[in-house]
Design a protein around this ligand. Structure first.
Ligand code: V47
Length: 469
């Protein structure tokens, strides 16, 4: 009787219903075994009224990977120009050249930002901008080397995390090395030049939603999913780590978000296979002892140093599977530099809720609290091979980021200082929190705050002097 009532009520509107939802039992079993969830599982996670079980399951995965630790960093965002050749409907940031409010930063401005960053002990400069139609390719290599060299002149290091995949393709076109029939070679050329100038990693922006209908309606002219994924694959080949985003809550369907997540995890399967991870072996129930790693049958812990021809599913969520940063940097202090020639991988998924204000899609409501919480929790559950999930406090707000730490997130980004792409509740680009506030928010959420560098090594610091360990 109870089961019948439960089933009937649980198909009601997602805002109300029984807890727990018995339909989630199968998903719970998979999560406990560290198995990959299907798109059907994802659909159920999006429609169940029992959002708290969704969050609880995401928390289970998050604690398995990161225990009671939550990460933040001391960083600065530097938007070098808002001039953009595109006019994406969701975007409030872009301006046309010479339009009031348009800007392009010169190297004196950049140096000044670096000085302030070093003065405040920053470890990372995160720099992205619009697709400027006229800047030469040398502007971008200058930008990167100016950040690196100015920091060094001041006796510090700043990791340069810069340029979304969309910008990388734009740079290849500016440098006239982009060939539609062999795009990888142009992308590689650009990334090699930027790496020589000091580029350390790629941020996750510009992915939006990997769906052609949504692309054509909301950001036609931007690269499509295959090109975005190519840029990240080439970056990984060159040993650069990257992040990924999903911009949700506008004209996409919830199922589109799941397809996007599935495409990302397949791309990460390939990246992890190149690092030497072996596929996760799933035996019929009862043939494996509880808590035994799935890789134990072949006598290793999922890391062996070779890549098979067919890329298998590789999950990091089975207990005992090492995180990629452990493989890339080793676990003892003496092996804390990245293994030379080691490939890169996706570090972090960052779900970005759509902000309608000021955009061409202003008439849409944008996603609210519970939808944001659910989407982030589902990202943690579906992206079983992404080591980190970030609740970007600038877009999620700090109170929501606290809830998200309990629902799958292990990172809240950093001190930020200036952020121009979205502005919560007003028009100011000055959006800064100090370390004390970030650590307090993390502690209040029940976690131990750990300062990390861009590639998730822990930071040891004495005031503004720091080193990664
Ligand atoms: O690519 C633009 C998005 C992204 C809006 O890698 C919008 O660590 C919401 O990628 N509403 C840039 N989002 C931000 C980004 C990012 C942020 C923090 C950390 C990292 C990382 C990456 O912002 C853009 C676009 O997808 N965006 N307009 C808007 N109205």
């Amino acid at each position: 009787m109870t089961a019948t009532i439960d089933r009937r009520l649980s198909t009601a509107a997602p805002s109300a219903g029984p807890r727990p939802d018995a339909r989630l039992d199968g998903i719970r079993a998979k999560v406990e075994r560290g198995e990959r969830l299907s798109l059907d599982d994802g659909d159920l996670l999006f429609t169940t009224p029992d959002i708290w079980t969704v969050c609880e399951l995401a928390d289970l995965v998050r604690r398995r990977l990161h225990g009671d630790v939550a990460y933040y960093n001391i960083n600065r965002h530097l938007n070098y120009s808002n001039v953009c050749a595109l006019s994406c409907k969701f975007c409030e940031f872009y301006r046309k050249k010479d339009e009031p409010g348009s800007y392009t930063r010169d190297m004196d401005y950049v140096k000044d930002q670096v000085r302030q960053a070093v003065e405040n002990g920053a470890t990372e400069m995160h720099s992205v901008g619009g697709l400027h139609p006229y800047l030469p390719f040398s502007y971008y290599t200058d930008l990167v080397s100016t950040i690196r060299d100015t920091a060094r002149e001041l006796g510090s290091e700043l990791h340069v995390k810069a340029f979304t995949a969309v910008e990388i393709v734009h740079l290849a076109k500016i440098a006239k090395v982009y060939k539609a029939d062999d795009r990888a070679s142009g992308i590689r050329w650009v990334l090699e030049k930027l790496k020589e100038a000091g580029l350390g990693s790629l941020p996750g922006g510009g992915a939006e939603v990997f769906d052609d209908r949504v692309h054509d309606e909301a950001y036609k002219g931007k690269i499509r999913s295959d090109v975005w994924l190519d840029v990240h694959r080439v970056a990984h080949d060159l040993g650069l780590n990257t992040n990924a985003t999903i911009l949700y809550g506008h004209i996409e369907e919830r199922h589109d978000r799941l397809v996007h997540m599935d495409m990302l995890r397949r791309a990460q399967d390939r990246a992890l296979a190149r690092m030497g991870y072996k596929g996760t072996v799933h035996l019929a129930p009862g043939t494996r002892k509880d808590n035994e790693p799935p890789h134990a049958e072949s006598g290793h812990l999922g890391y062996s140093g070779d890549e098979g021809a067919d890329v298998p599913e590789i999950t990091l969520t089975h207990p005992g599977t090492p995180l990629p940063e452990r493989i890339a940097f080793g676990s003892s202090p003496s092996t804390k530099c990245q293994v030379a020639g080691a490939p890169g991988y996706f570090q972090t998924i960052i779900p970005l809720p759509f902000f309608p204000d000021g955009s061409e899609l202003e008439h849409l409501p944008g996603p609210a609290g519970l939808e944001n919480l659910r989407t982030l929790a589902i990202a943690r559950l579906m992206l079983d091979n992404f080591p980190h999930v970030k609740a970007f406090w600038i877009m999620q707000t700090l109170p929501m980021a606290q809830l998200m730490l309990q629902s799958g997130a292990d990172d809240i980004d950093g001190t930020v200082v200036w952020y121009d792409i979205t502005k919560v509740g007003g028009s100011s680009t000055h959006q800064e929190v100090n370390v004390w506030t970030l650590e307090k928010a993390i502690r209040e959420a029940g976690f131990k705050p750990v300062e990390r560098d861009t590639v998730y090594r822990r930071v040891q610091r004495d005031g503004k002097i720091w080193r990664s360990v």
